[in-house]
Write a protein that binds this ligand. Structure first.
Ligand SMILES: C[S@@+](CC[C@H](N)C(=O)[O-])C[C@H]1O[C@@H](n2cnc3c(N)ncnc32)[C@H](O)[C@@H]1O
Length: 217
């Protein structure tokens, strides 16, 4: 993607992406500043937040303390809140999106955190669950997954999604298994590739998404 494209026409925001935190922050803030972020995702047919929340509900009790990591405009927190979750914190790198997230009323607290800068500002085992949806694409390495395991208590859960093209191209299946072999987590659930942004001109049926639930050991 280029910032120029986002500034002018977010509706054609492409499938290419950056893993540089400051570029991601700049582009997402620009997208939020258009005032049509949520509407655009809705037009693209994005149901990731609701899909993830429904999956998460099968594993995570309602009283759980949840970190919505890379919460964006709060679609993911709102979807959890709609199911009855109330103890949700949100973090993201883009302050313009965090302002929208705060407006949803779904979060106890939101804060700006660059999730590629370690350690994250949380204690070991601080959360019951991390919900990390639609964002792993923007991370340079899978180190973030190890860090999420650190901040979730043993027996808690990490729920996340990844684009199926990146699963393939960056050998993510093997990467996830390595974390399992290292004793960090065990897989409880994983979907086949599913529609991601079905009405997006570049994603359509070409780029799909998979959802995963891991138990932290
Ligand atoms: C497609 S949005 C998904 C937002 C939300 N989880 C949802 O599903 O609606 C990707 C989000 O990842 C965030 N993000 C990307 N890289 C990040 C980083 N290094 N630290 C924190 N947030 C990041 C972006 O700012 C953006 O809000």
């Amino acid at each position: 993607m280029t910032n120029e494209i986002i500034d002018e026409t977010p509706e054609i925001w492409g499938k290419d992406y950056s893993t540089d935190s400051s570029t991601v922050e700049r582009d997402y803030d620009a997208f939020a500043a258009t005032g049509s972020y949520d509407e655009t995702f809705d037009e693209w047919g994005y149901v990731g937040p609701q899909t993830a929340a429904a999956i998460l509900r099968n594993y995570v009790p309602l009283e759980s303390r949840i970190l919505d990591a890379a919460c964006g405009s709060g679609l993911t927190g709102a979807a959890l809140n709609n199911l009855g979750y109330q103890r949700i914190e949100g973090i993201d790198i883009a302050t313009e999106l965090l302002a929208l997230a705060e407006e949803t009323g779904a979060y106890e607290r939101v804060q700006r955190v660059d999730m590629q800068s370690f350690p994250l500002p949380f204690d070991d085992g601080e959360f019951d669950t991390v919900n990390f949806i639609g964002a792993l694409t923007y991370f340079e390495t899978d180190q973030i997954l190890r860090e999420l395991c650190r901040i979730v208590r043993s027996g808690g859960h990490v729920v996340f999604s990844q684009r199926d093209d990146i699963m393939r191209d960056q050998n993510y299946g093997e990467r996830l298994e390595t974390l399992e072999r290292d004793g960090l987590w065990k897989r409880l659930f994983g979907t086949e590739p599913m529609p991601y942004l079905p009405n997006h001109p570049e994603y359509g049926e070409e780029i799909e998404v998979q959802y995963f639930v891991y138990e932290v050991l």
